[in-house]
Design a protein around this ligand. Sequence first.
Ligand SMILES: C[S@@+](CC[C@H](N)C(=O)[O-])C[C@H]1O[C@@H](n2cnc3c(N)ncnc32)[C@H](O)[C@@H]1O
Length: 241
Amino acid sequence: MSNLHGKNKAKHVVSLFRRIAHNYDLLNTLMSAGRHHSWRKQAVKMLKLPEQKEGISLDVATGTGDFSIEISKLENVKKVFGIDFAKEMVVLAHKKSQKLSTMNQDFFYLQADALFLPFRNDVFQYVTIGFGIRNFYDLSKGLSEVRRVLKDDGELAILEIVKHEKNIFSKIFFRCFDFAAPLLGYIFARDRSAYKYLTKSAEMFFTANELTNYMDNQGFKIVSKKSLAFGNVSILICMKK
Ligand SMILES: C[S@@+](CC[C@H](N)C(=O)[O-])C[C@H]1O[C@@H](n2cnc3c(N)ncnc32)[C@H](O)[C@@H]1O
């Protein structure tokens, strides 16, 4: 997996997420001890909501749509788009949003590659990406696409698992995750390797500080950030520089 780059990584990642799509929500809840909903809620709360302007939101690498549903609860968000390159995820996200009959928002889910977003420039007030960027097969290209479609006063919320820092609690937490995720993947989805990939990809990704610097180099200023799960999960709120 460490050798995967470019198109090979894209093929590997899309087939992995197509395979685990139907168990994704359950495993997410088990692996995060039920915390993942609260993490997305916290990320949405950190947005500045400029003058409560009405806007459209885009959830990139939406999976089963949880981040898109969370941001749709903001009063000034009237339309929510979600894209993912795994067809099964898009179908599940659509079904989930259909069940929210009490909500006024319109949801639109599309099968698309984050590196080639099918949208015009400067249209989204918010872009969210939950546990997505470390799976991009070209992170720089993915972020340049986000930058392109984000409005000048728009905000990008990133929620991601990051490489543990060198503190003991962070290391212990990561070791537990590294042990438990493939085991849970095997028990509940008969797919140990998919969940081993998820932990390995986190181990090979940036630390929280490295991610902040990277975003800065990709043309984003960091508006606020938060560290969760003993430093193993990060929220970054960014704007275009
Ligand atoms: C770990 S899941 C995260 C799902 C969801 N955002 C969440 O918060 O739970 C990662 C998702 O990213 C998608 N993904 C990875 N690379 C992508 C790309 N280049 N274009 C579109 N989707 C991508 C995968 O198909 C998968 O559904």
